[in-house]
Design a protein around this ligand. Structure first.
Ligand code: SAM
Length: 505
């Protein structure tokens, strides 16, 4: 995609909000910075367009981005904000967006930026719209609106889908709008803010990984061990109203669920910022339809780069399909993470081959220490490898502990390593040798529709899925008090985990 500048208009009057909207703190982060962090992967430049020198000073204090004051004297008029953006943009293409258009996401903007010719906008609405610097020639000092200018220039009009339409219509005019959109956040009894839902949508799986489900899931082609779409939608709505911003669809194998695509769309239209999928990658043919539906991140499980070992570990013959999916996801410029479980007797001797393969690719290769489950305690004893051993191997190849954060999970469990000459990043998740409970921000719902407060809980808690999202949210809030400070896996307590197929890992 060509270079483009994002011009965020912050000069609105914000009268009903009672304060400058862009500066409004939402969970400690001003709205303008939230917008920027969501959308910046698409842009080479960001401009903040404000309408007074006083405002300019405030925004300059807040961020390192360029703040420009629209000095046309027509304060608050978006039309003049657009002109100011076109005058100052360092790139030919400029996207104009008000700071409170928080429903506008990367997927909507990508579509708009790849339309032709410009200017372009959705359904006759002025925002978001894409312009070229040459449109400045059409500027006149008359009082005009962006919509009129779009029409005068015979703009490209994109039709939004129902989900996109909902996102385009989000308007944050009052504090109530903000609460309704971002939800009422929850904390557990230990003061941890929870905002990440891991939703196992099916127990069904087409693989038989030795460390998870060695006997496989007999009859998986016709099995119905899954959450209904209504159940999924209810859960997504309830968690969103509790301020959850991230959801991961997992399983079993979530791509076997016939409603995976609608579930992703539903999450997107509810405003989840991060929508990710953990998959074994063997059953997904078309990654782009998942991205179009709203998927932002994908984790693909791959324990080896050798076909024979792959078959030995997973009992599955679709090794080449998994590799093809990884390439497809990288071509789509997705955030790709590979999950690898290191196993002493199965893949440990060839981990350097996997590291070599990953070194050429812009992805994160994450080593997850084998976790014990009730089903395979002997296998665990035989195969557990401390991540410290793998870290030593990584350091000998030139990887160094990273000072940067994980974009998806800044406070997440992975310890990161980077290499000065490689686009590949390594992540180490070490539940046994290095417990990360103090930073826990997640809740799980199992494919049985039950709440699981910790991966290694002793039991799952019933949820009233047939009730309204409001009742469901209230129940979840009440059950939260039972969330423990941490698991005691290292002392051998693995809760009621027989395997991870219904929990999702
Ligand atoms: N089927 C999907 C997949 O293969 O990615 C999603 C479900 S799977 C249970 C989620 C993750 O859990 C996978 O990355 C898998 O490697 C990991 N996993 C399963 N059992 C595990 C175990 N005993 N120890 C560590 N990781 C495990």
């Amino acid at each position: 995609m060509d270079k483009a500048t994002l011009a965020l208009l912050v000069g609105g009057r914000s009268e009903r909000m009672g304060q400058d909207k862009g500066l409004l703190p939402v969970r400690g982060k001003p709205l303008v910075l939230r917008q920027i962090s969501r959308l910046k992967p698409l842009f080479q430049n960001i401009l903040i367009i404000c309408s007074s020198l006083e405002q300019k000073k405030q925004y300059e204090k807040l961020s390192e981005y360029r703040v420009i004051c629209d000095d046309s004297g027509n304060d608050h008029a978006a039309y003049y904000g657009l002109i100011c953006a076109l005058k100052n943009s360092p790139t030919q293409k400029v996207v104009v967006l008000p700071v409170d258009a928080i429903g506008v996401d990367v997927a909507l903007l990508k579509k708009l930026l790849s339309s032709h010719p410009f200017p372009a906008a959705y359904d006759g609405t002025p925002f978001p719209s894409v312009w070229l610097k040459e449109h400045l020639h059409h500027w006149t000092a008359d009082e005009r609106s962006i919509l009129n200018l779009l029409k005068e220039l015979s703009f490209t009009e994109l039709k939004s889908t129902a989900c996109e339409d909902k996102l385009l219509k989000v308007n944050l005019n009052t504090p109530e709008d903000v609460r309704a959109y971002f939800g009422e956040p929850v904390q557990d009894a230990w003061g941890r803010q929870l905002n990440y839902l891991r939703l196992s949508i099916t127990e069904n799986c087409n693989m038989a990984c030795r460390y998870c489900l060695p006997q496989g899931f007999p009859g998986w082609e016709s099995a119905k061990a899954l959450l209904s779409f209504e159940g999924i939608s209810n859960i997504l709505q309830a968690f969103r109203s509790l301020g959850f911003e991230k959801v991961r669809f997992t399983g079993g194998e979530p791509s076997l669920h016939p409603n995976l695509l609608p579930a992703i769309t539903e999450a997107r239209s509810l405003g989840y910022e991060t929508i990710s999928l953990t998959t074994n990658g063997s059953y997904i043919r078309n990654c782009s339809s998942l991205v179009e539906a709203g998927l932002t991140h994908i984790n693909i499980s791959l324990d080896t780069i050798h076909e024979r070992t792959f078959f030995k570990i997973t009992g599955n013959k679709h090794f080449s399909k998994v590799l093809a999916l990884i390439d497809q996801a990288l071509e789509l410029k997705m955030n790709v993470r590979i999950n690898t479980v290191v196993l002493r007797t199965q893949n440990f001797h060839e981990i350097s081959d996997l590291l070599e393969w990953a070194k050429q690719r812009p992805l994160t290769l994450r080593f997850i220490e084998l976790m014990p489950t009730n089903l395979h305690q002997a296998y665990f004893k035989e195969n557990w490898v401390s991540n410290e051993e793998v870290q030593r191997m990584a350091r000998s190849l030139g990887y160094e502990p990273s000072s940067k954060l994980d974009g998806l999970e800044p406070a997440g469990p992975a310890l990161l390593y980077d290499h000065p000459q490689s686009p590949c990043r390594l992540g180490f998740i070490s539940p046994l040798s290095c417990n990360f409970c103090s930073r826990c921000n997640r809740l799980r719902v199992t494919a049985q529709g039950k709440l699981r407060l910790c991966l290694f809980s002793e039991n799952d808690l019933a949820l009233p899925l047939q009730e309204s999202p409001e009742v469901l949210a209230k129940t979840i809030r009440a059950l939260l008090v039972e969330k423990q400070e941490g698991h005691i896996l290292a002392q051998g307590h693995m809760g009621n985990v027989a395997h991870f197929r219904g929990i999702g890992g």
